[in-house]
Design a protein around this ligand. Structure first.
Ligand code: MSP
Length: 505
């Protein structure tokens, strides 16, 4: 089965921040998990480079939009590997191939009769030479940059007949109740549609930084339509000489933040209908990461969690783990360095890291490093019954936080098992040799299964651990308890999540 997952493409007028890292990490967890299941996966991320905000930022910095885009796209491109993201392609909307395909698709929309020329009326700032959208306008109709009064201007635009998709969109929502997830977001999108759709502007006349409208070259496409199409165009040229469109379109999941819901759940399916292209299976809308004070993160409030600082201090797996664990995926959640530290110490270093080190150390100390080749303990095995199926089912519905909790319950269960069986006691008494064999074999197997299931969340540390366990296979199919017998030799393992030196006072 094919599995195609996307992140929003990020505006290049800003620096990469935690909000961007968040979506990329979630998408990566899902892409990796699906690969572990043997699915045919394509994972796309990239940058959104046209439009007013980029043109404005470039002007402010005294460079051309292309220069600004080139410079900042590199920063976003570099973010993906730092997050250990395994994206299959990185699209830039200034790619020539993208631009050409945008023109092809929107030409089809035009040819199919879904466009017309009309008057666009909006609030215009003469200093910016730009129309301001509603949420940019300061009180008293003032420009957010120059704080001068905006002028009501009109210009001729091409419009998209969004209103003619009222019934088809309502039908789509009736037929595909999981088109938008979670359900609260489905209701929000449907309510927007039911309130009555109005046509939307498809082109801009004054602004030159965009993809040229092929049937009227005085215009460029409104940036959102150019941007949304990235999900479709990328498949046409991501692999030189190969067209992946039939293999991966329609997309399985578009991941987005709640602020861009309308574009993805209303404009986008209507645009695809107008071009007579298949509609994506799901749009999953996640919440916002907030500062520790529950307010929107902002530099001026000093409540920003910097992903790079977390990576430098704790490693990338800790960042990935923390975000998937501490913020219920789909909801808003507060994040802070204190919370990262607490999770790192109690769950990564203590719960999981300790379980791994002690299991390997005991196998080395008591059994010369060979996992005893004996039947595992039914008591512990029972705790893993159906686990990989349950985790797979949850991840299939993007319940990344719940799936992680399922796995973590087993980590805790294993630690209780170690305490209860006290292998260090068993080792003192030769008549307990069989019990010790069984305990060590069971723990080795439990740690292996847990690590295979955690691999999508924390690829680097789990790979190190599985390698040391002598069982590097990460396929989810191999995550059934006791699927691997003993007899393997384990290697020494450095602490996966070392205790950090206390911060200098
Ligand atoms: N370029 C558009 C998307 C076009 S997709 C065809 C855009 N870019 S963005 O860079 O402003 O935002 C990208 C994503 O980051 C959005 O999904 C947005 O919701 C998300 N986030 C921005 N700040 C965020 C948080 N504080 N928390 C979580 N996600 C947030 O919109």
């Amino acid at each position: 089965m094919s599995f195609y997952i996307t992140t929003p493409i990020y505006y290049v007028n800003a620096q990469p921040h935690l909000g961007h890292a968040y979506t990329t990490i979630v998408a990566d967890v899902l892409a990796r998990h699906m690969r572990q299941r043997g699915e045919d996966v394509f994972f796309l991320t990239g940058t959104d480079e046209h439009g007013e905000p980029v043109a404005d930022a470039a002007r402010d910095q005294g460079v051309s939009p292309q220069e600004l885009a080139d410079r900042n796209a590199e920063r976003f491109k570099a973010l993906a590997p730092r997050l250990d993201a395994s994206n299959d392609f990185f699209i830039r909307t200034t790619d020539e191939e993208h631009e050409r395909r945008v023109q092809d698709v929107l030409q089809a929309v035009h040819d199919n009769g879904y466009t017309y020329k009309g008057m666009y009326e909006g609030w215009y700032c003469p200093r910016c030479a730009d129309f301001k959208v509603e949420n940019e306008i300061l009180e008293g109709n003032r420009c957010p940059i120059h704080e001068i009064e905006l002028e009501l201007h009109q210009e001729e635009n091409w419009f998209f007949r969004l209103s003619s998709f009222q019934d088809q969109l309502e039908q789509l929502y009736a037929d595909q109740q999981d088109f938008v997830m979670p359900p609260a977001r489905y209701n929000e999108a449907l309510a927007f549609i039911k309130s009555g759709l109005q046509d939307v502007s498809l082109s801009r006349q004054r602004l030159q930084w965009g993809v040229t409208v092929p049937w009227d070259t005085e215009h460029v496409f409104y940036v959102w339509f150019d941007a949304l199409l990235n999900y479709y165009t990328a498949l046409g040229y991501a692999r030189p000489g190969e067209d992946l469109t039939d293999r991966f379109w329609p997309a399985t999941y578009h991941l987005i933040g709640k602020d861009i819901l309308k574009f993805h759940t209303v404009f986008w399916p209507a645009m695809l209908m107008a071009a007579r292209l298949p509609i994506p299976e799901h749009v999953f809308v996640h919440g916002f990461l907030l500062g520790a004070d529950g307010r929107k993160m902002s530099k001026s409030l000093g409540n920003v969690l910097d992903p790079f600082e977390v990576i430098d201090q704790f490693g990338v797996d800790a960042l990935r783990f923390y975000l998937m664990r501490d913020v219920a995926f789909g909801a808003d959640g507060s994040v802070s360095m204190d919370a990262v530290t607490a999770r790192y110490e109690s769950e990564l270093a203590n719960d999981y890291g300790n379980l791994a080190s002690r299991t390997l150390a005991m196998i080395r100390r008591y059994r010369d490093g060979v996992v005893p080749d004996v039947a595992t303990d039914p008591e512990l095995a029972g705790e893993f019954d159906g686990l990989s199926e349950r985790v797979s089912a949850l991840l299939g519905r993007l319940e990344v936080t719940t799936a992680l909790e399922e796995i973590w319950q087993r980590v805790r269960r294993c630690n209780r098992y170690v305490e209860k069986r006290a292998p260090w006691q068993l080792a003192k008494d030769p008549s307990s040799a069989q019990a010790l064999d069984q305990t060590l074999a069971s723990l080795a197997e439990a740690v292996r299964v847990i690590s295979v299931l955690l691999h999508a969340y924390m690829p680097a540390s789990t790979a190190t651990l599985l390698e040391a366990l002598g069982a590097p296979d990460v396929s989810v199919g191999g995550a059934a308890f006791a699927a691997t017998g003993g007899g393997r030799t384990v290697a020494a393992l450095e602490p996966l999540f070392p205790k950090r030196a206390p911060e200098p006072a």
